[in-house]
Design a protein around this ligand. Sequence first.
Ligand code: B3K
Ligand code: ZN
Length: 886
Amino acid sequence: MPDVRQTDHNSRVIRLSDYRAPDFLIDSVELVFDLGEEDTRVTAHLAIRRNPEALDRPAGLRLEGEALRLLSVALDGESLGENRYRVSDDALIVDGVGEAFTLDVVTLIRPQDNTELSGLYKSGGNFCTQCEAEGFRRITYFLDRPDVMTRFTTTIRAEAKRYPVLLSNGNPVAGGEDPDGRHWARWVDPHPKPSYLFALVAGDLTAVRDEFITRSGRTVSLAIWVRRGDEDKCGHAMASLKNAMAWDERVFGLEYDLDVFNIVAVSDFNMGAMENKGLNIFNTKYVLAKPETATDADYQGIESVIGHEYFHNWTGDRVTCRDWFQLSLKEGLTVFRDQQFSADQGSPAVKRISDVRTLRARQFPEDFGPLAHPVRPESYIEINNFYTATVYEKGAEVVRMIHTLLGPDKFRKGMDLYFARHDNQAVTIEDFVSAMQDAGGVDLSRFKRWYSQAGTPEVTVSERYHPESRRYEMTFRQQTAPSPGQPVKDPFVLPIAIGLLSPEGREMPIRLDGEEAEGRPGTRVLTMTGMEQTFRFIDVAEPPTPSLFRGFSAPVKVKGVPLDRLKFLAAHDGDPFARWEAGQQAATRHLLDLVHAWRRGEALTADPDLLDASRRTLAGGDADPAFAALALGLPAESALADEMAVVDVEAIHAARQFLRGEIGRALGTELAATYERLTDKGSYRPTPAAIGARALRNASLSYLSATGTAEAKALLVAQAETAGNMTDTLAALGLLGDVEGPERAAVFQDFYERWQHDDLVIDKWFALQAVSSLPETLERCRSLLAHPAFDLRNPNRVRSLIGAFSQGNQLRFHEAGGAGYAFLAEQIIAIDPLNATMAARLTQPLGAWKRQDAARQSLMRLALERILAVAGLSKGTFEMASKSLQ
Ligand code: B3K
Ligand code: ZN
């Protein structure tokens, strides 16, 4: 039975419709931190006044605070007796305050005991902070909401020897030694900001330094702070930062606005990184890289997260969110910006494909499950649960659609207008859309449904060609399934980027009925606004093959495209995204046929067309190896599951393995030749060309290994043991993780011994074992929990073992009998009292029960109920588990 606290959680739902401007504003705050091994003392001097917009409310002052020990309160310099204020679990209330006043509050906190990693905590012996979304209230009493923007001055005092480096937001202004072996530093941030952007770091760190000269000629000192010994792993992060700074100037005209930009890497961090003004704090995973320890994917991840956090300086920090329902205002927009940045650094098509794959793997299931919510949610219990793929990745797709509808020039004008109107303000998604609408001269009122309606629209198309009149008609229909609280959906506005291909695969001119101008070949964007809409094309010389949603111009599912058409498009489409997509759809169809044949106990046969297409891709691979590697890849097991009404994880695994083996056998010679030809001869470089070559070579290795021959196994072992970079080592190790036999254990053991000193590499070692398809995987995960290198308090470790197993190993997680579900529930229950944010996030896979068979559904629900039965469960985990049951 849920206990009393859980009923309480339910009654504390926060709603967008309840938003009220704050009663008070805080113009400035002076913070003094006395950092200690036992207690840390925080002194806050707040300059507060009533909000002119809320003068009619005769309220007392209520400041949020959590897990604080209050020592004293003074109003306008006068110490207050205990009868003048009230303290509860989550607030400090002072009645009888005037129009404008100062408040001095002194509190004690214990960062060394803070396992939630929210507020001020310790990581690797250093002090650091994480305040978004509501961590600042765990540091001192405050109006901890994003629409209160304050100027911060921060003084940090600490023992000089243990904590030689003292950092906060803004620019450093003063510092000195104290007589007792302590020292201090003062930082002033001239830009008003919400408390969630506050940051402090104190520790024994070393800096890798560089500088950037802005286009108006100011010099910015850049520093990446890491543990001693990690200096040689910062080069890529620094280069990415400088590229990002230059890119934002070039593409958006946005310059950096402080004298210093500091990045600190910490190993205990709940997510990837945090955009605190002038002092970004990063998970080491997104900073540290050298060829021997980091993969190509790590290099790419670093570039995009460094870019993302840097771009927040304008989209997030200078213009921030009015309330947390507007989260996608900064996150969707900033993801869009980091995607464009990465696309510009390498191949836009390859980047687009990988972004769409992420969206489909993470966001589409969210839209389909019980946790579906709009890009702008309407209510929450715990805001940390809403840092989701819907808010981030789908939010970015929505911004991308605005970009497509307006075109790049008007989009840029819209961004300029947004900053001109809202610099230093806390605003809403409406404000952003209005700026785009006003600058673009378009009506986006119906388009805004993308922010308020959940769900992935399904689109079907029917068509007719009239040879006599050379007319061609296409009728599009859209339909979106109900989601929690939204039984009926209005039509979404869909930008449809379309091309028409002739029977030889040439781009045909496109001219809509009623248009004056001659048609032009290439991509055109049609805008669909209704549930059903017909587009009429004229002067169409031959029956065309339409290429639809080029570049994935809207986040929809297109249903019912005939298989022969998919095969034609996979061979001929001039749009690389659409070409890749058609190939994937065709492979999906075939794999689903194999799944059904396997279930019926029939013999499986590979589609010769697919084998031929793969052969052609491989033969032309040298032109664009990265693209070829993506085109050769088969849809993931989870992607196949998403296409089934009732998932059969064993059948999916068997069918996919069968087809991999068939491709490996049919193309053996070509694969071996590609593998040989692409052997890396020079030293490792993370350039798009070199990354592409490694991807294609390792794709070849993957198919060769799927044949299961002794030769292939020897190749895996050799690559795992002798590769000169982590990309190749890990590719081989991952494949070997699925192979029975003594080699596997020996290679994994060697790997551990070689890398045990490197946390990020050992994370990979845990993850590879957790995603193995071998039957003993769950048992191995259980024993890895007791491994000396495992630590339930370290989020990276938890993600690499428990997260990888439950989110990256569909076959073993969904094992009949429910042992995988029970394992996950036990870990969530163990982590919840330590780190509720992590525990809540881990709950997600248990909510994906809709497509499972009845037996698994009830086992998954049972696991959720087990979690809910825990007394004193955190509100975040309560919210995730209880909503998952709906
Ligand atoms: N804004 C942070 C995320 C904070 C998550 C808080 N639970 C990182 C980012 O999106 O850039
Ligand atoms: Zn972000």
